[in-house]
Design a protein around this ligand. Structure first.
Ligand code: ADP
Ligand code: AMP
Length: 213
């Protein structure tokens, strides 16, 4: 079973995706994480992606689709797509890729959160530079300041979580990413809308009922 976890930056896709993957033996595929890995490894792809990411813009569709295709080839688990697709072109590409691999998309779960809450969440997000675990200074602080509970790595703010970049990322979401929902509604894919502005466990419970539906 493959599903898309959809929503604006800061909606909780990574947080929920990690919990769902762990509890249901699925794989969370975050294109943002793949890009940050490439960036940290200093690959040509990472270097190309960096200027888009730092500006809050989308990385070109062909780069993203090539990267997803490479990681999906031998995938034996159900996949939770996190932060992908972000354009209608990517949604079409994903459809073709899943068809080629004999997989089917079970649905899209959209997490809705008001913009003021998104800005607050992202300004307080901390990210482990070693293992990618996500914290929040307001709602989910680490046990020791600046240190990852999971691996002891250093916690940092993502450069694209600065307020001016966050505003641009929200604009890009409304203009380029939200229309992907019309695409799925138009082709008959089930789209579940979930109130993401609630405690993590409540959102998770709704997502789990979507998985069982
Ligand atoms: P996304 O992957 O959609 O960008 P994240 O999962 O990284 O979002 O969450 C963004 C920030 O908000 C993180 O700091 C995370 O700890 C926090 N967060 C996630 N879910 C909730 C929630 N339900 N309530 C409050 N804060 C949350
Ligand atoms: P995320 O970790 O999902 O918040 O993504 C961080 C940044 O990576 C985005 O602001 C984009 O610059 C880039 N990115 C991640 N996923 C995609 C995607 N599917 N398409 C285009 N750009 C992406």
């Amino acid at each position: 079973m493959d599903i898309i976890l959809f929503g604006p930056p800061g909606a909780g896709k990574g947080t929920q995706g990690a919990l769902l993957a762990e509890r249901h033996g699925m794989r969370r595929l975050s294109t943002g994480d793949l890009l940050r890995d490439a960036l940290n490894a200093g690959t040509p792809l990472g270097r190309e992606a960096r200027r888009y990411m730092d500006a809050g813009e989308l990385v070109p569709d062909d780069v993203i689709l090539g990267m997803v295709r490479d990681t999906m080839e031998d995938e034996a688990h159900g996949v939770i797509f996190d932060g992908f697709p972000r354009t209608t072109e990517q949604a079409r590409g994903l459809g073709g890729l899943l068809a080629d691999l004999g997989r089917t998309l079970s649905g899209v779960a959209v997490l809705s959160v008001p913009d003021e809450a998104l800005v607050r969440r992202l300004s307080g997000r901390l990210w482990c530079s070693q293992c990618g675990a996500v914290y929040n200074v307001h709602s989910n602080p680490p046990a020791a300041p600046g240190v990852c509970d999971v691996c002891g790595g250093e916690l940092v703010q993502r450069p694209d979580d600065r307020e001016e970049t966050v505003r641009r990322r929200l604009e890009v979401y409304r203009a380029q990413t939200e229309p992907v929902l019309d695409y799925y509604e138009g082709d008959g894919t089930v789209v579940h809308r979930i109130d993401g502005d609630r405690p993590v466990e409540r959102v998770l419970a709704d997502l789990e009922s979507v998985l069982h539906a």
